[in-house]
Design a binder for this molecule. Structure first.
Ligand code: CP3
Length: 351
C-alpha cells in the first residue's frame, strides 16, 4: 500500500494537498503525456491502438515517464483513459484516429442489463501493473497521480457513444428517464470508487476526478448528477484509504466550486481556464487548495499572452496552497519549448 519511494517531506504536491502553501508552486499539466511530445508519438505508433497502449504496462509506464524525464514535473499522471471503466464493464469502446472515442451506445435499461453490475476489476490489472512499475521508476520528489472520469462525464459518452456538443443525448435522457440515469450513475460511482481504491493500493498517492462536462448541466441537475456522485466517490475512497488525496476538476464548475469547498469534497479544486484566478479564490476558504488554470491556447501562443497568463495566476495564488497547471488538457499543437518556458517562469518566480 505504500507509494513511490520518498514521502510527504519530499513531495510538494502532497504538501499542497494537505493545505500547505509551497513556493515556487509545484507544477504538472493535464494530458502531459500526449501528442505534443515527439517521443509519445513514437511510442504510440509502436503500440498499435490507443487501448493497446493503455493496457500494455511497459508502454503505458514509458509514456507516463516521458514528460517527467523531459520537464521534471512535480507529478506523474498514470497513462490511461477515463473510458477504460465502460470498457471493463463490458461496453464496446474504441478510439478512432482523428475522431476520438466510439462506444456502442447504452440508451435503455436493457442495454444497461447487458453490462456488468459490479466492476470486474481484474480486467484493469494492466493499469495497476503500470502504477506498480511507476512507483519504483519515479524520482522521490514526484507525486504519482491516478485518475478516473466523474460519473456524469463517463455516462455522457456511454449514452451518446461519442463526444457530443453540450452532451445533449445524455442531458435529454436525464430529464426523460431519471430512473435509468440514476441506475447508470450509481453503477459508475461504485465502479469508480473500487477502481480508485485499487489505484491507491497499486501506488497512486493522490487521484484526480475529471468532470470534463460540468458546464453541460443546469443547476437543477448538477447537484444530483455531478456534485453528489463525486462526493460519494471521494468519501468512499477516503473511508477505505484515509491517506489518499483527491483533486476534483469540474470544467464549467465555476459557480458550484464554493459548494465543493464548503462540503469538503476533495483536497484540491481545479479551476478551468474560463475563471479569473483572483475572483475564483475570493469565493473559496483560504485553506482550500486549488489547481490550474492557464488557458491551454495561451501556452500554444507563447510570448506575452503566455507570460501574462502565468503572472496573473502567480499573483492571485501567492501565499495559498496552489498547484500550477493548465485550465484543461494540453493540446497536440503545443510547442514543446513553450512548455519549458512556462515551467521556468513558474519555478523562477521570486517571492
Ligand atoms: O493526463 C495524462 O497525460 C494522462 C492520460 C489521460 C488521457 N486521457 C490520455 C489520452 C487522461 C487523464 C485522459 C482523460 C480523458 N479522456 C478525459 C478527461 C480530461 C479532459 O481532457 O477533459 C476525457 C474526456 C477523455 C476521453 C478521450 N480520450 C477523448 C475525448 C479522446 C480523444 C480526443 C483526443 O485528444 O484525441 C481520448 C484519447 C486520448 N486519451 C489521447 C490521450 C493521450 C489521444 C489519443 C491518441 O494518442 O491517439
Amino acid at each position: 500500500m505504500e507509494g513511490p519511494v520518498g514521502d510527504r517531506s519530499t513531495k510538494k504536491i502532497l504538501q499542497v494537498l494537505d493545505g500547505e502553501p509551497v513556493w515556487p508552486l509545484p507544477i504538472w499539466v493535464m494530458r502531459q503525456a500526449g501528442r505534443y511530445l515527439p517521443e509519445y508519438r513514437e511510442t504510440r505508433a509502436k503500440a498499435g491502438s490507443f487501448l493497446d497502449l493503455c493496457y500494455t504496462p511497459q508502454l503505458a509506464a514509458e509514456v507516463t515517464l516521458q514528460p517527467i524525464r523531459r520537464f521534471n514535473f512535480d507529478a506523474a499522471i498514470l497513462f490511461s483513459d477515463i473510458l477504460v471503466i465502460p470498457h471493463a464493464l463490458g461496453q464496446n469502446v474504441s478510439f478512432v484516429e482523428n475522431e476520438g472515442p466510439k462506444l456502442e451506445p447504452i440508451v435503455e435499461q436493457t442495454d444497461l442489463n447487458r453490462i456488468a453490475e459490479e466492476l470486474p476489476i481484474e480486467r484493469l490489472d494492466p493499469v495497476f501493473e503500470t502504477l506498480d512499475r511507476l512507483k519504483t521508476a519515479l524520482p522521490k520528489e514526484t507525486t504519482l497521480l491516478g485518475f478516473c472520469g466523474a460519473p456524469w462525464t463517463v455516462a455522457s459518452y456511454m449514452i451518446a457513444g461519442k463526444g457530443t456538443p453540450d452532451q445533449a443525448p445524455a442531458r435529454l435522457k436525464a430529464y426523460r428517464d431519471p430512473a435509468f440515469m440514476e441506475a447508470l450513475i450509481d453503477r459508475l460511482v461504485r465502479a469508480s470508487t473500487a477502481y480508485l481504491i485499487r489505484q491507491i493500493d497499486a501506488g497512486a498517492e493522490a487521484v484526480q476526478i475529471f468532470e470534463s462536462f460540468g458546464s453541460a448541466l443546469p443547476p437543477a441537475l448538477f447537484e444530483r448528477l455531478s456534485l453528489d456522485p463525486i462526493r460519494r466517490i471521494v468519501s468512499g475512497l477516503k473511508a477505505a484509504r484515509p491517506q489518499a488525496r483527491a483533486i476534483v476538476f469540474v470544467r464549467g464548475g465555476g459557480t458550484h466550486l464554493a459548494k465543493f469547498a464548503d462540503e469538503g469534497i476533495g483536497d484540491a479544486l481545479a479551476l478551468d481556464w474560463t475563471l479569473d484566478p483572483a475572483s475564483a479564490l475570493t469565493n473559496l476558504p483560504a485553506n482550500v487548495a486549488t489547481q490550474g488554470n492557464l488557458d491551454p491556447l495561451a501556452l500554444v501562443a507563447g510570448g506575452k499572452p503566455m507570460t501574462a497568463g502565468i503572472d496573473r495566476i502567480l499573483n492571485a495564488v501567492r501565499g495559498r496552497p496552489h498547484i500550477f497547471n493548465l485550465g484543461h488538457g494540453i493540446v497536440p499543437e503545443t510547442p514543446v519549448d513553450h512548455v519549458q518556458q512556462m515551467i521556468d517562469r513558474v519555478r523562477g518566480a521570486g517571492v
